[in-house]
Design a protein around this ligand. Structure first.
Ligand SMILES: [Zn+2]
Length: 474
């Protein structure tokens, strides 16, 4: 993964220079690495005020290799995480996020290193420091009974023990409840996830399924997400599920519905439309960005939301109350595969870039599916909107509020009305292509829209996203 502003070639050059300096120092006065001038601890969070304490600085993760075993009978998880990363500064110490769980050992390149816990931080001290630009592999062996994270403002997320297994998901952060992680969307990485559970249970996660194997009463499931993934988009779902495996457009499609839900009810019929809905969205947004498709419906009422977990969204049971189909929520979560998952936030204050577009996709889908037109939804929402609430920088307590979702969708439609359909969809397809597998900000989107349309659009975005009174209709 290469993030905006990073210069990997420069980093490698810097690392070489540092190594040479070290060799010279060794000849003259000894080289202790960690004590070398300029080596310092990485930042202990990502500097994002919406998620204080989450994420870390000083390194960039490229891959997580996770191997976890979970026994629902004891609620105990045993894990090994192999994290491949590159130092982005001369690093004397760095942190990973980990909520609860006991760390047995930490190794870098197979050599044990010092570690300690500080709340939800795992603090790792490499023996001789890590030069800027150096790639390293840190292996963490850990175990314990996972604990969910509870946030008074944002609800609970993370690892939840359910009646028949467990589910792990949640936004804005959840991953640290089941593996050590740089838990902020600005550091995306690929994943291999191996999960071992008692025979008879399913263990679902992100990406392409690998072979399963069984031994001594345990079954191992394997998943691989090759495209960079933000940590909050990882998921683990263990329990009794009706799993449907097939292909769509030549790529694996895996859907699963909790066995306690009706076999041919509203939940099952809705996720069964995943391929059809993806194809519709791809016709508007550009090619689907990932190697696999899917969706998982859980039965636990504590999951009172749906989340766009990468390549395989998770839907809570409340969306299908009364056994009614709800393709709208499927369209919303699948739209996030482009807006949020492939093109991800750099900081949570820009969350309208995820939710405004996913909400707008619901309008597009509803019109396509024979319901209200997008224009009709726009008109209704325009009349109902509180313009004192901004979409950008909504404040932590409003990051999942109406202004982010509905006012965000209004802004998207206002852009469409202003530039016309052809230019509008060209803007969206250019955005999803140029920013695929990366991170971006509101300013990046405005700049791209101005470039593609050859128009000054900043005043339009200012009025629709953050202005304090109803904007004039385009
Ligand atoms: Zn959403």
């Amino acid at each position: 993964m290469i993030r905006t502003g990073q210069t990997p070639t420069g980093s490698r050059l810097a690392a070489t220079a540092t190594a040479l300096t070290c060799v010279i120092a060794l000849i003259t006065a000894g080289c202790t690495g960690a004590d070398t001038d300029g080596f310092r601890p990485g930042a202990t969070d990502a500097g994002d005020p919406y998620v204080p304490g989450r994420g870390n600085g000083g390194y960039d993760v490229t891959h997580y290799g996770l191997d976890v075993r979970y026994d629902p009978a004891t609620d105990r998880l045993t894990g090994r995480a192999v994290v491949t990363a590159t130092a982005t500064q001369d690093l004397s110490q760095f942190n990973l996020d980990l909520h609860g769980l006991d760390v047995d050992s930490v190794s870098i390149s197979d050599a044990r290193v010092d570690h300690r816990r500080d709340g939800d931080e795992l603090v790792v001290t490499p023996r001789d420091g890590l030069s800027r630009g150096r790639q390293f592999t840190v292996t963490i062996e850990y175990a314990g009974v996972p604990a969910a994270v509870t946030d008074g403002e944002l609800g609970s997320g993370g690892f939840l023990h359910t009646a028949d297994g467990a589910v792990a998901l949640g936004q804005p952060d959840s991953a640290a409840t089941w593996f050590p992680v740089n838990d902020h969307p600005s550091d995306k990485a690929s994943y291999d996830i191996v999960v071992t559970v008692p025979d008879g249970l399913s263990a679902l996660s992100n990406g392409v399924p690998g072979p399963t194997s069984s031994a001594d009463g345990w079954t191992t499931w394997r998943w691989s997400e090759r495209a960079p993934m933000a940590s909050y988009l990882s998921t683990l779902v263990i329990g009794n599920y009706r799993v449907t495996s097939g292909t769509h457009g030549g790529r694996p499609m895996v859907t699963a519905v909790a066995a306690s839900l009706p076999a041919s009810g509203g939940a099952a019929s809705s996720v069964a439309r995943t391929g059809e809905i993806v194809d519709f969205l791809a016709s508007r947004f550009g090619p689907y960005p990932f190697d696999s498709y899917g969706g998982i419906v859980v039965a636990d009422d504590r999951i009172g939301y749906a989340l766009e977990t990468q390549s395989r969204p998770v839907y809570g049971p409340a969306f299908f109350t009364g056994d009614r189909p709800n393709p709208g929520v499927v369209a919303h979560e699948l739209a996030h595969q482009w807006f949020g998952d492939s093109v991800s936030l750099s900081r949570w204050g820009d969350i309208w870039l995820n939710e405004g577009f996913a909400s707008y996709a619901e309008w597009l889908w509803e019109e396509h599916d024979g319901g209200r037109t997008a224009q009709r939804n726009f008109d209704l929402q325009y009349a109902a909107t509180d313009w004192t609430q901004p979409s950008v920088e909504p404040g932590r307590e409003h990051m999942f509020g109406t202004a982010v979702y509905k006012r965000g969708a209004l802004t998207v439609h206002a852009l469409r009305r202003t530039v016309g359909d052809d230019t509008f969809f060209r803007i969206l397809r250019t955005w999803t292509a140029e920013r695929a597998a990366g991170n971006a900000t509101t300013s990046d989107f405005v700049a791209l829209a101005e470039r593609v349309s050859s128009r000054q659009l900043r005043p339009l975005f200012d009025a629709w996203l953050v202005g304090g009174s109803p904007p004039s209709l385009p």
